[in-house]
Design a binder for this molecule. Structure first.
Ligand SMILES: [Fe+2]
Length: 144
């Protein structure tokens, strides 16, 4: 069955992002991205969410979000992941307990969803980070 699963994303170049651009004026202040890490330039590697997608049964797509960030109890941890659609509407979210969870979440898109999705990862000390990928109908290239 795993052989039937295929990655269906690619990283969005900024110019290809559709309705809402994560490279807009709030990047680097309200939230942070790879290109606009603001005051947290040294924190990109631990805070930028990693996104992987796989085709799932029923014409759906499974989206996994991982933040490569340690969970140091309630002192320093990832609070939450959110998955947003092309208009930044919330599709799903997961809240973490740093005493038992790792910053990983899995989400399932509505059947037939195509277009950009955005992963949001929130750190209690280093704020909100966003990464986007494009969900393509016939794309087979990995996200990274
Ligand atoms: Fe952090």
């Amino acid at each position: 069955m795993l052989g039937a699963l295929a990655a269906v994303t690619r990283v969005l170049p900024v110019a290809a992002q559709s309705v809402v651009m994560i490279g807009g004026p709030m990047a680097g202040s309200v939230f942070f991205t790879r290109d606009d890490p603001g005051l947290w330039a040294s924190e990109i590697d631990r805070h930028l969410p990693e996104i992987k997608t796989e085709a799932a049964p029923g014409s759906t797509t499974s989206v996994s979000i991982r933040t490569p960030h340690p969970m140091d109890g309630f002192k320093h941890y990832i609070l939450k992941h959110k998955l947003l659609d092309a208009r930044f509407r919330l599709l799903s979210q997961k809240t973490f307990n740093p005493e038992r969870d790792q910053p990983f979440s899995r989400h399932v898109l509505p059947a037939g969803y195509r277009g950009p999705v955005y992963a949001v990862s929130i750190c209690n000390l280093h704020d909100t980070w966003i990464e986007g990928v494009m969900i393509e109908g016939d794309g087979l290239s990995p996200a990274r």
